[in-house]
Design a protein around this ligand. Structure first.
Ligand code: PMP
Length: 359
């Protein structure tokens, strides 16, 4: 068997031990003679997994019992619609911070449901930064403030939660959930497609605070799209295999030392790459230093021909999926929780070697 260092932005690399465990259990889950994929979602085996995964996530993120966790489908993209559908009434406004491709999509969807105030946009600067608190133009009585904590495509990340003067934050944490501690009191809702930092594609984690849930709309919202439908019980067949995998990744994350551990670990990995980028002009970071992401490190080489060669030669060192998003080009290295230090070191050494030969 050959495993490469996989820097894919998502679906992203998973911990090897998790994949191995899943392989061992694939045909016979805990002596049941069946795979978890072949069992009712009402079976004791599956409901135990669902409960355990939620408990682990509560504990890892430091969520108290005000927070409800749901395992939904439709990707983070479905939340762009489901959030305003449930939380934004026609006579209300919501504030959105536009820091990248995904926040722009969230804004576009929210406008279908109510008034949207764009509190800040870095679109004119190619999304190369996130705003500071004093740059935000927040409205007086917004239902919520939506932001994207880590911008996967352009490689920026909020260093901390934006200050919203008591208005609950709604956060697309798809590409940095569990990568560092958060100030949970600030959040009304957190959502994340699992396929970057917590599992395989197919499940979206949505965490909602009880006061927002209770105030959420039910009239006019189709049953399947209401948060109130999903918060208290498993309503319909969930993506059972994806949730099973998420539970294993969460256990792995706990065993590693939780979000405090990952914050230090992720910073170490990102620093190693940014240091190489900053050494001279061969590699050019595409984002402002204060906004740099610890999850997606993006940079350019002197020309596109060198970038193509970089990507090709990287493969001979078992370094894969380093191509930047199709909308921006260049190189993007996604170094989520499950990317081992060894992968980043191998990449760093390759970057230095490539620069020596082509710089
Ligand atoms: N938000 C962010 C920050 C993302 O990185 C992505 C996926 N790359 C999405 C939303 C969209 O997620 P999905 O494909 O699960 O709809």
């Amino acid at each position: 068997m050959k495993r490469v260092f996989n820097f894919s932005a998502g679906p992203a690399t998973l911990p090897l031990s998790v994949l191995e465990e899943a392989r061992a259990e694939l045909l016979d889950y805990q002596g049941t003679g069946r795979s978890i994929m072949e069992m009712s979602h009402r079976s004791p085996e599956y409901t135990a997994i669902d409960a355990e995964a939620k408990e682990r996530l509560h504990s890892l993120m430091g969520l108290d019992d005000r927070f409800h966790i749901m395992f939904l489908q439709g990707g983070a993209s479905a939340q762009f619609m489901q959030i305003p559908f449930n939380l934004l009434r026609e006579d209300q406004a919501a504030d959105y911070i536009d820091t990248g491709r995904w926040s722009a999509k969230a804004i576009k969807e929210a406008k279908r449901f109510g008034k949207v105030n764009v509190a800040y946009s870095s679109a004119n600067a190619n999304y190369d930064h996130v705003p500071t608190d004093d740059q935000l133009s927040l409205s007086e009585n917004a239902a919520y403030v939506h932001y994207t904590s880590n911008n996967t495509v352009c490689g920026t990340q909020f260093p901390k939660e934006p200050e919203t003067k008591g208005i609950p934050l709604v956060c697309d944490a798809s590409s940095d959930i569990l990568s560092r501690p958060i100030d949970v009191d600030r959040y009304g809702l957190i959502y994340a497609g699992a396929q970057k930092n917590i599992g395989p594609a197919g499940v979206t984690v949505v965490i909602i605070r009880d006061d927002l849930l209770q105030a959420s709309k039910t009239e006019d919202v189709p049953t399947i799209l209401r948060y109130q439908t999903h918060a208290e019980k498993i309503f319909n067949t969930p993506p059972v295999f994806a949730v099973y995998m998420v539970n294993k990744v969460l256990k792995w994350a706990q065993d590693q030392g939780g979000v405090d551990y990952f914050e230090t670990f992720n910073r170490k990995k990102a620093d190693l790459l940014y240091q190489i980028i900053d050494e001279d002009d061969f590699y050019q970071g595409t984002t402002q230093k204060d906004s740099r992401s610890l999850m997606n490190v993006t940079f350019r080489l002197p020309n596109e021909e060198l970038e193509s060669r970089f990507l090709e030669e990287a493969k001979t060192h078992d370094l894969y999926a380093l191509k930047g998003h199709r909308s921006v080009g260049g190189i993007r290295t996604s170094i989520y929780n499950a990317m081992p230090m060894e992968g980043v070191q191998t990449l760093g050494n390759f970057m230095k070697e490539f620069r020596n030969q082509n710089g």
